[in-house]
Ligand binder design. Sequence first.
Ligand SMILES: [Zn+2]
Length: 201
Amino acid sequence: MIPIGAKGVAAEFLGFDGLDGAEHIAIRFAGRVPMPSRPPLVRLHSECLTGDIFASARCDCGSQLHEAIECLSEEGGILLYLRQEGRGIGLYAKLDAYRLQDTGIDTYAANRHLNLPEDARDYGVGARMLLALGIDRIRLLTNNPDKVAQLGLAGIDVTEVRRTGVYVTNANRAYLQAKFEHRHMLDPRLFRAPAEAALAE
Ligand SMILES: [Zn+2]
């Protein structure tokens, strides 16, 4: 057990054999108010060194990770921390794409310019991790419909989708807008009011 988050909640870090070569990790939270009668709450979080560790304002990854840790600390569940930096293209390529984005193109066009996929993430690895933990029914914390679809195809029954907050800043507004337009984010009009107002500006 490792105490993590602002409140030092105990969490269990679990490694796996036979995945895709990356050191994906599952973090299991017992929860302060667990709900054992319901499928576990799960968050798939793709690694983002700049956002998760250095609180970069270019994306909303750090805010979403901390929100997930808060939710899971309360009701328990699993955080799958997937080593899929830069939507799967890697850190160096992501930094190259950031430089291109500074010329005015969006995150997806930048990837295409580098001859890289717009989104290389395979959430099947997350499904395999859940199945290895004996979990095939989950409640999923996400705004990304691609995660729901890929998990379903990989044998995970997503019984409920709980949306996360949308953390809009002046620095990440264009990034979030591009994610929405490329259908990697559910309709922001469905999100909580402050985000809706901010994104609609
Ligand atoms: Zn990020």
